[in-house]
Write a protein that binds this ligand. Structure first.
Ligand code: HEM
Length: 383
């Protein structure tokens, strides 16, 4: 068949024949153009994906505070202790129940506030990333709880025995970790770094002044634990109330004594807690504080005025204690944003910062080899 004939040939098309003249002038054919466009589109897609990863990883903004940096700061301050929480590393597991009296139900639809009993799993701990640290009078104590009403409306909360938090956002927490990290030359924190941190964060100085006004109690069982962060309770009518909450002990307050510092038993706070649970159930009242318009909900370093309404929502009873082990509180992430319907996050930036850091801490420790906790239950079995 003569060349230049427009009859189709097997495997060819009229279009491809028509495109041939362009090839004769050294121009790309339509087919080549289509390939180029497709290649360019693939290139753009690959670029967008790589840029998105780089953005999320913080490579495009080196000053951005990522979870890797936060975990590195914990490591600088405390070292890495395989399998343990990056903060509140020394702890013990407990269980019991919350008996709601129904009084908080007017503020929140959460099923946990309907009259009745809800099982609770929890953890007492000391703030700090050292799992074998010695108990001491100045160690901040914590109570973390997971309320488990039927139907899966779980509520998790972690509370500390201080009246306000020491920083108001993730950056403040990060800066504080670095300022408190031991200087490699001395093995101790550098006082100049801590002074610089306090100068840059005047809210921390103000918070510490409030904290010093509230002496610590002698143990875990007679301490009050505070949410510190604000949340929102939402009622059946859809009305949102800013709230903070506290677990206030039934056991009477007894101040720490100076002698507690000199205890030879480095687990004396935990051992007293374990002995207390064995003697009989320990109790706390869940006291909900209702904020008023203007009360700060985005700054946990500021206390709300004392005259706010306090609602006694019910009684927490702790009657079981056991050492951290597979499947118990050791493997719970007490993320403060695990909330049931009727309880919502406030605009406090610490809440999402906590949620992100706890998740990263949990992911890391879950994949690490485990060492037994320094807190063990004498007599073998839990009680
Ligand atoms: C940006 C600020 C904060 C950071 C980065 C942070 C970081 C952490 C981390 C990494 C853990 C260990 C989580 C795990 O592995 O399960 C933890 C535990 C804990 N944190 Fe925070 N935290 C912050 C603020 C707060 C605040 C405001 C409170 C107020 C009550 C708090 C109370 C607790 C408690 C009670 C635990 C122990 C929970 C448990 O026993 O498992 N934290 N924190």
């Amino acid at each position: 068949m003569p060349s230049g004939c427009y009859a189709t040939v097997p495997g060819s098309t009229q279009l491809s024949r028509e495109s041939e003249p362009s090839r004769n002038y050294g121009l790309p054919s339509f087919r080549d153009l289509g390939v180029l466009v497709r290649l360019a589109a693939i290139g753009v897609a690959v670029f967008v994906v790589v840029a998105a990863f780089a953005f999320v990883a913080g490579w495009l903004s080196p000053s951005k505070l990522t979870q890797d940096k936060m975990m590195d700061a914990f490591a600088q301050a405390n070292g890495v202790h395989s399998g343990f929480r990056r903060n509140h590393a020394k702890g013990v597991c407990v269980a019991g129940a919350f008996e709601s009296n129904g009084q908080a139900a007017r503020l929140s639809t959460a099923s946990v506030f309907q009259p009745g009993r809800v099982p609770v799993v929890g953890r007492f701990a000391l703030a700090g990333g050292q799992p074998a640290m010695a108990d001491g009078p100045q160690a901040v104590r914590s109570m973390a709880l997971s309320f488990r009403p039927p139907g899966g409306e779980e509520w998790r909360t972690g509370m500390n025995n201080i009246p306000v938090f020491v920083v108001k956002d993730a950056k403040g927490f990060y800066d504080q970790l670095l300022a408190a990290a031991p200087d490699p030359a001395t093995g101790k924190p550098d006082p100049a770094k801590m002074a610089a941190f306090l100068a840059a964060h005047p809210e921390t100085g103000r918070a510490l002044a409030i904290i010093r006004q509230y002496p610590f109690s002698s143990g875990f069982a007679n301490a009050a634990y505070n949410s510190l962060n604000a949340f929102r309770f939402v009622s059946t009518a859809g009305v949102a109330t800013p709230v903070r909450w506290s677990m206030v002990p039934v056991a009477p307050f007894e101040a720490e004594t100076a002698g507690q510092d000199a205890k030879s038993d480095k687990n004396y706070l935990f051992d007293a807690l374990i002995a207390g649970v064995r003697q009989g159930p320990l109790e706390w009242h869940l006291i909900v504080t209702a904020g008023r318009p203007g009360d700060p909900t985005d700054d946990a370093t500021i206390a709300w005025p004392n005259d706010r309404e306090h609602i006694d929502a019910g009684t927490l009873t702790i009657d079981h204690v056991e050492a951290e082990a597979a499947g118990n509180c050791r493997d719970i992430n007490f993320d403060p944003l695990v909330l049931p319907a009727g309880i919502q996050a406030s605009d406090d930036p610490l809440l999402s910062a906590r949620s992100a850091a706890y998740s990263e801490s949990f992911t890391r420790r879950a994949g690490e080899a485990k060492t037994p906790s320094a807190v063990q239950i004498g007599g073998g079995e839990g009680s």
